[in-house]
Design a protein around this ligand. Structure first.
Ligand code: GRF
Length: 201
């Protein structure tokens, strides 16, 4: 069984979906640790409610990104983490962090990458006028939302959509997709060749 850490800055609905999937036995692994860079993050409360180790790690004002990432990596190693799942973690990881867990860090993004990377993927899609958007689970590399794509699910945009209604439907899709991708990793069914991520039997 793989040991998973979830890093989240905000509401943590994806974290909740992952925790529920673990409880149902739909993920062949356990969430051993949740870390947030926001002391008040709902994600920390959700973890605590389910008896999962939850840590607030303060980014601090000096020392920069790498020093913070070194502290996180140290914690992840201490907890013998196999997979890091970013779920609304609002920080760009340093090359140090990415290399320490190469192809062992996943992210969920609310668009069909490579369209609309970065912040506000939902707003960007709506403003552009696409008729279909969705969500993407991908491995994290040193770029911004550029790593190998693991799974994607399409979500149609309807004429009456606001950012909120569209994001709601994307969220529902994320809550199915992310646990599925995590389970594939835990069962060692993902193989990456260059940019392509294959699912093996
Ligand atoms: C999700 O929309 C995800 O795609 C993005 O951040 C959001 C996190 O939502 N990376 P939540 O905190 O899991 O509810």
């Amino acid at each position: 069984m793989k040991r998973i850490a979830v890093l989240a800055s905000g509401r943590g609905t994806n974290l909740e979906a992952i925790l529920e999937a673990v409880e149902r036995g739909d993920i062949f692994g356990e969430v051993a640790l949740v870390i947030s860079d926001q002391e008040q993050a709902q994600a920390l409360q959700r973890a605590e409610r389910r008896g999962v180790k939850a840590l607030f790690m303060a980014p601090g004002n000096n020392g920069g990104r790498e020093q913070y990432d070194r502290a996180i990596v140290e914690q992840l190693k201490e907890d013998r983490i196999d997979l890091v799942a970013l779920a609304g973690f609002m920080r760009l990881l340093s090359p140090y962090f990415v290399n320490a867990f190469s192809m062992q860090i996943m992210n969920i993004h609310p668009s069909l990458l490579p369209a609309f990377p970065g912040l506000d993927g939902v707003e960007q899609a709506l403003a552009y006028g696409v008729k279909v958007t969705g969500c993407t689970v991908h491995f994290v590399d040193e770029g911004l939302d550029t790593g190998p794509i693991i799974l994607q699910e399409a979500v149609p945009v309807i004429q009456q959509d606001s950012v909120e209604t569209l994001h709601q439907r994307i969220h529902a899709s994320e809550h199915r997709l992310y646990p599925t991708a995590i389970d594939l990793f835990c069962r060692e069914k993902l193989k990456v060749e260059g940019r392509r991520c294959m699912i093996i039997d």
